[in-house]
Structure formats: structure tokens, C-alpha cells
Design a binder for this molecule. Sequence first.
Ligand code: NAD
Length: 443
Amino acid sequence: MNFKTDISYRKQSLIKLLNCVHLHEEEIIKALHDDFKKPAFEAVLSETGYIIAELNHTIKNIHKWAKPQLVLPSLLNFPSTDYIYKEPYGKVLIIAPWNYPYQLALCPLIAAVAAGNQVVVKPSELTPNTSGIVAKIISKAFDESHVKCIEGGVEITQQLLAQRWNYIFFTGSIAVGKIVAKAAAENLTPVTLELGGKNPCIIDETANIKLAAKRIVWGKFLNAGQTCIAPDYLLVSNKIKTAFIESLKKEITDAYGENPETSPDFPRIINKKNWDRLTAMLENETLLAGGKTNSKDFYLAPTLLDEPGLDSLVMKEEIFGPILPILSFGNEADLTSIISRYEKPLSLYIFSNDKAFAKKIIQNYSFGGGCINDTVVYFSNKKLPFGGVGQSGIGAYHGKLSFDSFTHRKAIVKKGNWLDIPIRYAPYKGKLNNLRRILKWLG
Ligand code: NAD
């Protein structure tokens, strides 16, 4: 077994993983439900189906991605053939969060294996049912000396971080991202940090109100708002605010019924700590919809808040739950004064039929990625980089970019021996003018 150099072996490993993933799909769907009542539809859409598609795509393309890439040689080196060799980093650590606990553990794993690395995966301790099946799938699909799953919480993660790695891929909060970055810096280990932030969602007066409300309700309340790229807060033109709120309320009822607590399609908050954090955000706020809670199973209804203060709890940090603050704006200066208060977000969404306005927003603000007239779905295109900027993350992945993230690109010039142009060799006397002429000619 040589996963470092044998691309066919890596491909066979991924085919084995694909078989295990198919074999255990129902168990994963059940585990996700046991962990936080994730509906089967969402589990297939955003976890198992996603991973199967990513595996098929990687298996199909691995030979193409992994082979040395011929590039145009530089005339300065004539005669030469120039290549980029794809070298695995070596020992890779993947740390996953709980909100998409299967997909966010396996997606980077697929790429790390495709690129020829030896991998340790540390799933989240907050979704123990899913974590247990991830561990089972990994132990069935891979030799332990190739890929290993280590389950555990903060202490185990800190022990892992104290070891020396050749690459660390972390998905999680900004606070822990900083801990990971510090640990990696000790050995100058390169990192991908997939973090979070406060994602604005702007709706101007030209937007299609009904469709915008439908797509926002879907993207926000999917996974009960526990999605890193969910809209965090709305900025609605004050010209359409009243109508827009009515549309949002209608869409919530259409999706989850009069009492979302009994809907099979609405998950729960992951644990008491997060439920306490979220319910505290409701205190002293004006409710437009929802607000109902149940501490027994950490239920929190899809909730709309009207104009919370910018210094309120809900506007201070990433919400990461089913609470949607609605702020209104009158002009572009209002937008700037709110959006610019926060660090660069992971996502930004614009609902508008005014092309010039949408273009201006994209140019004016820095953010990881986003959509015009939709939410969340930019995640699903393998050809688009997925990752943050500034505090929302370092690096990007998905599709071939994932393979590239786990690959060192080694530059090689293979020089011909049949000609040796003498100008570069000392002594340089009398050569400077010729050098200038050649450089000018080469441009
Ligand atoms: P988290 O940072 O608390 O935990 C992530 C991982 O780090 C877990 O495996 C956990 O065991 C470990 N960890 C926790 N505390 C640690 C510590 N003190 N030292 C070392 N390791 C530690 O994040 P979470 O609560 O699991 O996930 C929610 C966060 O993740 C949100 O901020 C969300 O925006 C972000 N997120 C980002 C993406 C993305 O793709 N950018 C995807 C999902 C979630």
C-alpha cells in the first residue's frame, strides 16, 4: 500500500469509502435525527447525497487532478520542459463541527485521501450518534495506518493539535479557529480555516417579495438556522418592510405549519448551552413571529425580531439558530453603517432586480461568497470556491479546489542538455548590454 505515490490505490480507497457510505446511509440519516432531529430530507440533501456526489466527482477526476501538469516553459530557461508535480502534504488533521457533522467531516477527508495524504479525522463530540457512525465507516473503508478517526472533545482536540501535522483543515467557530491557527503556527503548519460570521441579507424595493421571502425562510430555517452560511440578519428597504414581514410570516407557516414544534421538518437546537445562548437573545426584543421555546428537547421556534438595537445580544455575535432580526434601511449609507460594524462575513445575500445595485454591493463589501436572489445555494456548485475571508476563514474548497487544498504544487524545470546558452555564467564582462537586449526582447 502506497497512498503517497499510487493514485490507483487512492482511487480504490475512495471506491471502498463510497460503498461503505451507501451501505450505512440509513444509519447516518437516523443518527442525524437522533442527534438533533434533522429531517431525513435535509440529511440526504445536505449530508449523505452531498458526500455521494463529491465521492463520484473525485473518483471520476482523481487521475486527471493528480497527474503532473505540464506548463509553458520560460524562454529564459530554453531548452526545458516545466511541470507542476502534485505532492501530498503528508500527515493531515481534519477537525469537524457538529452542525453538518457527516458532510463536514467526510468532504475534506475525500479530498485529503485523493491527494495522497495520511489522515486523522476528529468529528464533533456534540453529535455522538453521527460521530460513532463516521468512525465506523472510516474503520471499515481504510487501513488504520492510512486514515483514522479519533472521537473526542476539547481535550482530545488539544492533544491532537499539540502534535506536528503537515496540514490542518478546521471547520468551526472563529474562537476555536484562532486556537487552531496558534497551534499550527508553532510548526508553520499550513491551514484551512472554515469559520463563521454575521451574514447580511439585503432586500431592496425592487425585489420579488414573495419569492425572496420563500428563499430566505428556506435558507434561514434549514437545520434550524444552525448553518454557517444562513442569513444572519435582514436589511429590508423601509419601502417594502411591512409587506415583506407579512410574506415571511406566511412562508414560515406554509413550511412548518401553525405550530412548528410538531413539524417533522424542523430540527432542534444542538444542546442546552446553545439553547440558553439563543433564548437569551430574545429577552427585551420585539417579536414579529415565533419566540416559543421548550427546554425539554431544546426547541426554539422560527422567530422574527423587529429592529433589535445594534448593541443588543442578537446583533453582537453570529446567531447560529432560528432567530432572524429584521432591520430596515432607507439608503445605501444606512447599509454601510450596519454592515461595516462587523468583520467580513462568510456570506452575503442580495435580493434585488436592480442589477447596478447588486453589482455595487458585491464590489463594496468583502465576504466569502453569496447569491443574488437566493440564499445558501452557492454552496452546491463544485466549481465555486467555498470559504471565508478575513475573520470568516482562510482558504477555500469544494470539487477540484479541495484536492488542491491538500496538495503541495512542486515546481520542476527539466533542462535539456543538448544546448547550454553561456550568457548567464561569470565572468560577466561585456555581457550586460546583451542581457538587457534579451530581457527587452522577452518583454
Ligand atoms: P467549535 O469551534 O466549537 O467546534 C469545532 C471543533 O473544534 C469540534 O470538533 C470541537 O471538538 C473542537 N473544539 C471546540 N473547542 C475547542 C477548544 N477549546 N480547543 C480545541 N478544539 C476545540 O464549532 P461548532 O460549535 O462545532 O460549530 C459552529 C461554528 O462553526 C459556527 O461558528 C459556524 O459558523 C462554524 N461553521 C463554519 C462552517 C464553514 O464551512 N465555514 C461550517 C460549519 C460551521
